[in-house]
Write a protein that binds this ligand. Structure first.
Ligand SMILES: *[C@@H]1O[C@H](CO)[C@@H](O)[C@H](O)[C@H]1NC(C)=O
Ligand SMILES: *[C@@H]1O[C@H](CO)[C@@H](O)[C@H](O)[C@H]1NC(C)=O
Length: 459
């Protein structure tokens, strides 16, 4: 992993003036949040009535614990919602394995995240809702749990929490750190700028997602000594116990067993044309072919199926429970939540959102983890996921094959169908690169936590 040491510094005079301004802004914030506490309380009750807060555990948001704190050092991981919460889990598991002596407290903010994450945490991890950023809630929370360190994933920076932690000598770390362009503009304004600099100065680790993000944090005056890189935790794939389990798609296994199968997943409107044109060419040489199409939006499935039927293809639509017969050549999967399992039944996955302009690629990790040969569209179209694609290609160029359009896709697929060794090599490459990427990121994060945060907090 590359490491960048950035040296953007502000003139000494500004640095000396800044903390005063910041202290005043923070005092105002604290007074304000103190003043509105009764309103926040009412708002919380209102949210509870509307089902936005947990019916029984909502007082946790006021810093009132619902379980007792075991004695000994405790690390607090915080994530706002589901995505960040899921990204925290591999790190928590790693921590549990390597430091069984530490207690772990996990918090999230949203009720929806709670519902999913409560079942995914390893046993022994304490789970609470995050306190609201009003002084009474934060003080109660910190006073009760007395964490040695707080690790925030991607999240929002709450002044009372961060200043409170700093006052109690609690170390702070920020993982998957990022500031959106919009927040960056807001924070750079005259009122927030001193405050955000003050808050960032309390962190002993900021692990940004990219060099651009690192620069933003430095412009907001995070110390260059706290900035260090680990890779994006959202790329980490979690292997669960049910890894070999194909659950609801068991019925397909037998019908696909003796067929030549490829799957085009996360297909956006318009991309199906590319896939179907390729299908038609491939059919000429491989009459035994099954093309599985998984539209990005399930409601698009019926339309695709209808059109194909008109063109004389033998199509089956999953939502109508149509069987995949020996004559069926296109299977359209327009159901939700079956993609992950489907990857286990197909040797080849073409990931959509990447063949037309204006799209932003899709997550290739599930396909790679399932051991598919992975193909995707070319650079300008894979947007957000281009980091993941290039990280995997650096580990093994065969792990993700990028094709620029219809004819390259067709050529690549023909080769995979005609040469079992090429197919196998690509499948292996994808799986290995992905495992290396996942475990490498968690190990990196762990090293950063030890180096920047725990060394100080747990001595
Ligand atoms: C990709 O998918 C995996 C597996 O579902 C998930 O853990 C990860 O968070 C996703 N990554 C991104 C960048 O969305
Ligand atoms: C980044 O963290 C690693 C430990 O993973 C450490 O060896 C290195 O010195 C750190 N770099 C900076 C700039 O702090």
């Amino acid at each position: 992993m590359e490491r960048y040491q950035l040296t953007i510094r502000l003139p000494m005079v500004m640095v000396m003036v800044m903390p005063m301004g910041a202290a005043i802004v923070y005092k105002l914030y604290r007074a304000l949040t103190y003043g509105v506490s009764p309103l926040v309380y009412l708002h919380l009750r209102w949210r509870k009535i509307r089902g936005r807060e947990h019916p029984l555990r909502w007082p946790e948001r006021l810093g009132r614990p619902s379980v007792s704190r075991p004695p000994g050092p405790l690390i607090w991981f915080h994530a706002v919602s589901l995505g960040e919460g899921m990204a925290a889990i591999p790190v928590i598991k790693h921590c549990r394995r390597l430091r069984p002596d530490l207690h772990i407290l996990m918090t999230t903010t949203t009720y929806s995240a709670f519902e999913v994450i409560k079942n995914r945490l390893p046993s022994g991890v304490i789970y609470q809702f995050c306190p609201l950023d009003i002084p009474v809630a934060v003080d109660a929370f910190l006073g009760y749990w007395k964490p040695s360190a707080i690790i925030i994933i991607e999240g929002e920076l709450w002044p009372n929490l961060i200043m409170g932690a700093s006052k109690h000598g609690i170390a702070l770390g920020l993982l998957n750190a990022r500031v959106s362009t919009k927040s960056f503009k807001q924070w750079s304004g005259p009122l927030f700028r001193p405050l955000i600099s003050l808050l960032l100065s309390k962190f002993s680790l900021i692990a940004p997602l990219s060099t651009l993000q690192a620069i933003r944090f430095q412009l907001l005056e995070a110390s260059p000594f706290t900035i260090n890189f680990s890779g994006d935790l959202k790329y980490v794939h979690e292997y669960d116990e049910s890894e070999g389990d194909i659950g609801s798609i068991e019925d397909l296994k037998a019908s696909l067993a003796h067929r030549q199968v490829w799957m085009a997943s996360s297909i956006h409107r318009g991309e199906e044309k590319v896939m179907l044109a390729v299908h038609k060419v491939l059919m000429q040489k491989n009459p035994n072919l099954v093309t599985i199409i998984v539209p990005r939006h399930p409601q698009h499935g019926k339309e695709i199926a209808q059109k194909l039927q008109k063109e004389g293809e033998v199509v089956a639509l999953r939502s109508r429970h149509e069987k995949l017969m020996p004559r069926t050549n296109v299977y359209v999967v327009d159901t939700l939540g079956e993609l992950r399992q489907l990857y286990k039944l197909t040797p080849i996955a073409v990931i959509g959102g990447s063949f037309l302009p204006g799209l932003a690629g899709h997550n290739i990790s599930e396909a790679a983890a399932a051991g598919c040969a992975v193909l995707t569209g070319d650079c300008p179209h894979i947007g957000y996921y281009s980091n993941m694609v290039s990280a995997m290609q650096r580990l093994n160029p065969k792990s993700v094959l990028q094709v620029s359009g219809k004819s390259e896709l067709e050529e690549a697929l023909s080769q995979l169908f005609s040469d079992a060794r090429v197919l196998e090599a690509q499948q292996m490459a994808a799986k290995q690169a992905f495992c290396a990427l996942s475990s490498g990121i968690v190990a990196n994060v762990w090293n950063l936590l030890n180096f920047h945060v725990f060394r100080r907090a747990l001595c």
